[in-house]
Write a protein that binds this ligand. Sequence first.
Ligand code: UTP
Length: 277
Amino acid sequence: MNYINKCLFPAAGYGTRFLPATKAMPKEMLPILTKPLIQYGVEEALSAGCQTMAIVTGRGKRSIEDHFDISYELEHQIKGTDKEFLLNEVRSLITQCTFSYTRQNEMKGLGHAILTGETLIGNEPFAVILADDLCANIGGDSVLAQMVKLYAKHKCSIVAIEEVPMSEVDKYGVIAGEMISQDVYRVSTMIEKPSASEAPSNLAVIGRYILTPDIFDILRVTPPGKKGEIQITDALMEQAKNGRVIAYKFQGKRYDCGSIDGFVEATNAFFAAKSSK
Ligand code: UTP
Protein backbone atom coordinates (compact mmCIF):
# COMPACT_ATOMS: atom_id res chain seq x y z
CA MET A 1 0.00 0.00 0.00
CA ASN A 2 1.22 3.46 -0.92
CA TYR A 3 0.50 5.85 1.97
CA ILE A 4 2.12 8.94 0.43
CA ASN A 5 0.78 9.91 -2.96
CA LYS A 6 1.34 13.66 -3.06
CA CYS A 7 4.49 15.71 -2.85
CA LEU A 8 4.45 19.44 -2.09
CA PHE A 9 7.18 21.70 -3.44
CA PRO A 10 7.35 25.09 -1.72
CA ALA A 11 8.95 27.14 -4.48
CA ALA A 12 7.83 30.68 -3.82
CA GLY A 13 10.99 32.03 -2.18
CA TYR A 14 12.93 34.88 -3.78
CA GLY A 15 16.29 33.05 -3.94
CA THR A 16 18.11 36.25 -3.04
CA ARG A 17 21.44 34.48 -2.64
CA PHE A 18 21.47 33.92 -6.39
CA LEU A 19 20.71 37.46 -7.50
CA PRO A 20 20.92 38.65 -10.20
CA ALA A 21 20.34 35.18 -11.73
CA THR A 22 17.05 34.85 -9.84
CA LYS A 23 15.73 38.31 -10.66
CA ALA A 24 13.44 37.04 -13.39
CA MET A 25 14.05 33.31 -13.11
CA PRO A 26 13.02 30.95 -10.28
CA LYS A 27 15.85 29.54 -8.17
CA GLU A 28 14.22 26.11 -8.65
CA MET A 29 14.93 26.33 -12.40
CA LEU A 30 18.69 26.75 -11.95
CA PRO A 31 20.28 23.71 -13.60
CA ILE A 32 22.79 21.23 -12.26
CA LEU A 33 24.33 20.30 -15.61
CA THR A 34 21.30 20.40 -17.93
CA LYS A 35 18.50 19.59 -15.52
CA PRO A 36 16.69 22.15 -13.32
CA LEU A 37 16.77 21.58 -9.57
CA ILE A 38 13.02 21.06 -9.41
CA GLN A 39 13.17 18.27 -11.99
CA TYR A 40 15.57 16.34 -9.75
CA GLY A 41 13.04 16.87 -6.95
CA VAL A 42 10.12 15.59 -9.04
CA GLU A 43 12.15 12.53 -10.06
CA GLU A 44 12.87 11.81 -6.40
CA ALA A 45 9.18 12.19 -5.48
CA LEU A 46 8.19 9.80 -8.25
CA SER A 47 10.82 7.29 -7.12
CA ALA A 48 9.12 7.37 -3.71
CA GLY A 49 5.72 6.56 -5.20
CA CYS A 50 4.25 10.09 -5.41
CA GLN A 51 2.51 10.84 -8.68
CA THR A 52 0.80 14.08 -7.72
CA MET A 53 3.14 17.07 -7.62
CA ALA A 54 1.73 20.07 -5.79
CA ILE A 55 3.80 23.17 -6.36
CA VAL A 56 3.53 26.41 -4.38
CA THR A 57 4.74 29.19 -6.62
CA GLY A 58 4.72 32.96 -6.61
CA ARG A 59 5.20 35.86 -8.95
CA GLY A 60 7.85 35.26 -11.60
CA LYS A 61 7.67 31.47 -11.39
CA ARG A 62 5.75 30.73 -14.57
CA SER A 63 8.67 28.89 -16.14
CA ILE A 64 8.18 26.03 -13.64
CA GLU A 65 4.71 25.43 -15.09
CA ASP A 66 6.03 25.65 -18.63
CA HIS A 67 8.82 23.19 -17.85
CA PHE A 68 6.36 20.47 -16.83
CA ASP A 69 4.21 20.94 -19.90
CA ILE A 70 4.56 19.99 -23.54
CA SER A 71 6.18 22.59 -25.77
CA TYR A 72 4.65 21.76 -29.14
CA GLU A 73 6.84 24.14 -31.14
CA LEU A 74 9.99 22.70 -29.61
CA GLU A 75 8.79 19.10 -30.00
CA HIS A 76 8.08 19.80 -33.66
CA GLN A 77 11.47 21.47 -34.13
CA ILE A 78 13.58 18.63 -32.75
CA LYS A 79 11.48 15.65 -33.83
CA GLY A 80 13.66 13.13 -35.63
CA THR A 81 16.92 14.94 -34.81
CA ASP A 82 19.77 13.73 -32.62
CA LYS A 83 18.60 16.12 -29.87
CA GLU A 84 15.19 14.56 -29.38
CA PHE A 85 16.40 12.22 -26.63
CA LEU A 86 17.30 15.24 -24.46
CA LEU A 87 13.63 15.71 -23.68
CA ASN A 88 12.98 12.05 -22.82
CA GLU A 89 13.27 12.37 -19.06
CA VAL A 90 11.00 15.37 -18.69
CA ARG A 91 8.50 13.91 -21.16
CA SER A 92 8.38 10.76 -19.08
CA LEU A 93 7.63 12.78 -15.94
CA ILE A 94 4.83 14.65 -17.70
CA THR A 95 3.16 11.38 -18.65
CA GLN A 96 3.58 9.73 -15.25
CA CYS A 97 2.68 12.62 -12.92
CA THR A 98 0.07 15.31 -12.52
CA PHE A 99 1.18 18.83 -11.65
CA SER A 100 -0.94 21.35 -9.84
CA TYR A 101 -0.08 24.84 -8.68
CA THR A 102 -1.13 27.44 -6.21
CA ARG A 103 0.41 30.80 -5.41
CA GLN A 104 1.74 32.13 -2.15
CA ASN A 105 0.91 35.83 -2.36
CA GLU A 106 3.18 36.98 0.44
CA MET A 107 6.47 35.37 1.45
CA LYS A 108 5.64 34.68 5.07
CA GLY A 109 7.96 31.71 5.47
CA LEU A 110 8.18 27.98 4.78
CA GLY A 111 5.39 27.15 7.23
CA HIS A 112 3.10 29.62 5.48
CA ALA A 113 4.09 28.20 2.06
CA ILE A 114 3.16 24.70 3.25
CA LEU A 115 -0.17 25.96 4.62
CA THR A 116 -0.82 27.62 1.24
CA GLY A 117 -0.43 24.17 -0.32
CA GLU A 118 -3.29 22.70 1.75
CA THR A 119 -5.72 23.35 -1.09
CA LEU A 120 -3.67 20.98 -3.29
CA ILE A 121 -3.09 18.32 -0.62
CA GLY A 122 -6.35 17.95 1.31
CA ASN A 123 -6.64 15.62 4.27
CA GLU A 124 -3.89 13.06 3.73
CA PRO A 125 -0.25 12.59 4.71
CA PHE A 126 2.12 14.11 2.18
CA ALA A 127 5.76 14.60 1.34
CA VAL A 128 7.57 17.93 1.09
CA ILE A 129 10.68 18.50 -1.02
CA LEU A 130 12.67 21.72 -0.98
CA ALA A 131 14.16 21.50 -4.44
CA ASP A 132 17.21 23.57 -3.53
CA ASP A 133 18.33 20.70 -1.29
CA LEU A 134 19.46 18.26 -3.96
CA CYS A 135 19.77 14.71 -2.64
CA ALA A 136 21.80 12.11 -4.51
CA ASN A 137 21.28 8.44 -3.68
CA ILE A 138 24.25 6.41 -2.69
CA GLY A 139 23.40 3.08 -4.21
CA GLY A 140 19.92 2.30 -2.87
CA ASP A 141 16.65 4.16 -2.48
CA SER A 142 16.25 7.91 -2.85
CA VAL A 143 16.03 9.86 0.42
CA LEU A 144 12.27 10.37 0.06
CA ALA A 145 11.74 6.66 -0.73
CA GLN A 146 13.61 5.79 2.47
CA MET A 147 11.32 8.14 4.41
CA VAL A 148 8.15 6.73 2.84
CA LYS A 149 9.20 3.26 4.01
CA LEU A 150 9.70 4.63 7.51
CA TYR A 151 6.29 6.29 7.41
CA ALA A 152 4.64 2.91 6.81
CA LYS A 153 6.04 1.83 10.17
CA HIS A 154 5.55 4.96 12.31
CA LYS A 155 2.58 6.80 10.68
CA CYS A 156 3.67 10.19 11.98
CA SER A 157 5.56 13.21 10.65
CA ILE A 158 9.16 12.54 9.63
CA VAL A 159 12.02 14.98 9.06
CA ALA A 160 15.29 14.12 7.33
CA ILE A 161 18.37 15.10 9.33
CA GLU A 162 22.11 15.18 8.94
CA GLU A 163 24.99 16.07 11.22
CA VAL A 164 26.43 19.52 10.53
CA PRO A 165 29.36 21.34 12.15
CA MET A 166 28.27 23.32 15.25
CA SER A 167 29.41 26.48 13.45
CA GLU A 168 26.57 25.92 10.93
CA VAL A 169 23.62 24.98 13.16
CA ASP A 170 22.29 28.55 12.92
CA LYS A 171 21.27 27.91 9.29
CA TYR A 172 18.90 25.03 10.12
CA GLY A 173 16.13 23.67 12.28
CA VAL A 174 17.92 21.52 14.86
CA ILE A 175 16.44 18.57 16.75
CA ALA A 176 17.07 16.56 19.87
CA GLY A 177 15.46 13.26 20.74
CA GLU A 178 15.82 9.70 21.81
CA MET A 179 17.35 7.25 19.36
CA ILE A 180 14.76 4.48 18.89
CA SER A 181 16.61 2.46 16.26
CA GLN A 182 19.65 2.95 14.09
CA ASP A 183 19.47 6.40 12.45
CA VAL A 184 15.93 6.98 13.79
CA TYR A 185 15.07 9.42 16.61
CA ARG A 186 11.83 10.30 18.33
CA VAL A 187 12.00 14.10 18.41
CA SER A 188 11.54 15.84 21.76
CA THR A 189 12.82 19.32 20.84
CA MET A 190 13.19 21.35 17.67
CA ILE A 191 14.66 24.84 17.43
CA GLU A 192 14.79 26.98 14.32
CA LYS A 193 18.19 28.48 13.52
CA PRO A 194 19.66 28.27 17.06
CA SER A 195 23.02 29.75 17.96
CA ALA A 196 25.71 27.16 18.68
CA SER A 197 25.16 27.66 22.42
CA GLU A 198 21.35 27.23 22.17
CA ALA A 199 21.46 24.22 19.82
CA PRO A 200 20.32 20.97 21.45
CA SER A 201 22.52 18.91 19.07
CA ASN A 202 24.17 19.16 15.67
CA LEU A 203 21.36 17.19 13.97
CA ALA A 204 20.02 19.57 11.34
CA VAL A 205 16.76 19.23 9.42
CA ILE A 206 17.20 19.29 5.64
CA GLY A 207 14.62 19.84 2.92
CA ARG A 208 12.72 16.55 3.04
CA TYR A 209 9.63 16.00 5.18
CA ILE A 210 6.66 13.73 5.48
CA LEU A 211 3.84 15.54 7.25
CA THR A 212 0.53 14.35 8.62
CA PRO A 213 -2.37 16.60 7.62
CA ASP A 214 -3.07 17.87 11.16
CA ILE A 215 -0.02 20.06 10.49
CA PHE A 216 -2.35 22.45 8.61
CA ASP A 217 -4.50 23.15 11.68
CA ILE A 218 -1.35 23.71 13.70
CA LEU A 219 0.13 26.05 11.07
CA ARG A 220 -3.08 28.09 11.02
CA VAL A 221 -2.44 29.13 14.63
CA THR A 222 1.37 29.17 14.59
CA PRO A 223 2.57 32.73 15.23
CA PRO A 224 5.52 34.16 13.29
CA GLY A 225 8.80 32.94 14.79
CA LYS A 226 12.44 33.47 13.78
CA LYS A 227 12.86 36.24 11.18
CA GLY A 228 9.14 37.08 11.61
CA GLU A 229 8.25 34.08 9.40
CA ILE A 230 5.81 31.24 10.06
CA GLN A 231 8.20 28.39 10.68
CA ILE A 232 7.45 24.74 9.93
CA THR A 233 9.85 23.91 12.79
CA ASP A 234 7.50 25.59 15.31
CA ALA A 235 4.49 23.65 13.98
CA LEU A 236 6.44 20.38 14.05
CA MET A 237 7.40 21.11 17.65
CA GLU A 238 3.68 21.01 18.52
CA GLN A 239 3.46 17.50 17.03
CA ALA A 240 6.73 16.54 18.73
CA LYS A 241 5.24 17.41 22.14
CA ASN A 242 2.93 14.44 21.61
CA GLY A 243 5.75 12.20 20.39
CA ARG A 244 4.52 12.44 16.82
CA VAL A 245 7.70 13.43 14.97
CA ILE A 246 10.48 11.11 13.87
CA ALA A 247 13.87 12.33 12.66
CA TYR A 248 15.74 10.13 10.22
CA LYS A 249 19.42 10.25 9.42
CA PHE A 250 19.18 9.34 5.75
CA GLN A 251 21.53 7.45 3.46
CA GLY A 252 22.67 9.70 0.63
CA LYS A 253 24.46 12.94 -0.09
CA ARG A 254 22.73 16.31 0.20
CA TYR A 255 23.90 19.40 -1.65
CA ASP A 256 22.67 22.78 -0.41
CA CYS A 257 22.03 24.25 -3.84
CA GLY A 258 20.41 27.32 -2.29
CA SER A 259 23.97 28.44 -1.51
CA ILE A 260 26.62 29.18 -4.10
CA ASP A 261 29.16 26.78 -2.54
CA GLY A 262 26.68 23.90 -2.47
CA PHE A 263 25.52 24.63 -5.99
CA VAL A 264 29.07 24.54 -7.35
CA GLU A 265 29.87 21.39 -5.33
CA ALA A 266 26.81 19.63 -6.80
CA THR A 267 27.70 20.76 -10.32
CA ASN A 268 31.24 19.41 -9.97
CA ALA A 269 30.09 16.12 -8.43
CA PHE A 270 27.41 15.51 -11.07
CA PHE A 271 29.81 16.42 -13.85
CA ALA A 272 32.47 14.06 -12.49
CA ALA A 273 29.88 11.27 -12.17
CA LYS A 274 28.71 11.86 -15.76
CA SER A 275 32.23 11.98 -17.14
CA SER A 276 33.16 8.69 -15.47
CA LYS A 277 30.24 6.84 -17.11
P1 UTP B 1 14.95 29.56 1.61
O1 UTP B 1 15.00 30.60 2.66
O2 UTP B 1 16.09 28.63 1.47
O3 UTP B 1 14.70 30.16 0.18
O4 UTP B 1 13.60 28.76 1.81
P2 UTP B 1 14.75 31.61 -0.36
O5 UTP B 1 14.12 32.57 0.61
O6 UTP B 1 14.15 31.55 -1.72
O7 UTP B 1 16.32 31.84 -0.51
P3 UTP B 1 17.27 33.08 -0.18
O8 UTP B 1 17.68 32.88 1.25
O9 UTP B 1 16.51 34.35 -0.43
O10 UTP B 1 18.42 32.90 -1.14
C1 UTP B 1 13.52 27.35 1.73
C2 UTP B 1 12.45 26.92 0.75
O11 UTP B 1 11.17 27.41 1.12
C3 UTP B 1 10.57 28.11 0.06
C4 UTP B 1 11.71 28.55 -0.86
O12 UTP B 1 11.24 28.66 -2.20
C5 UTP B 1 12.70 27.40 -0.68
O13 UTP B 1 12.40 26.30 -1.53
N1 UTP B 1 9.82 29.26 0.63
C6 UTP B 1 10.39 30.02 1.61
C7 UTP B 1 8.57 29.56 0.17
O14 UTP B 1 8.04 28.86 -0.75
N2 UTP B 1 7.90 30.62 0.69
C8 UTP B 1 8.42 31.38 1.69
O15 UTP B 1 7.74 32.34 2.14
C9 UTP B 1 9.71 31.08 2.14
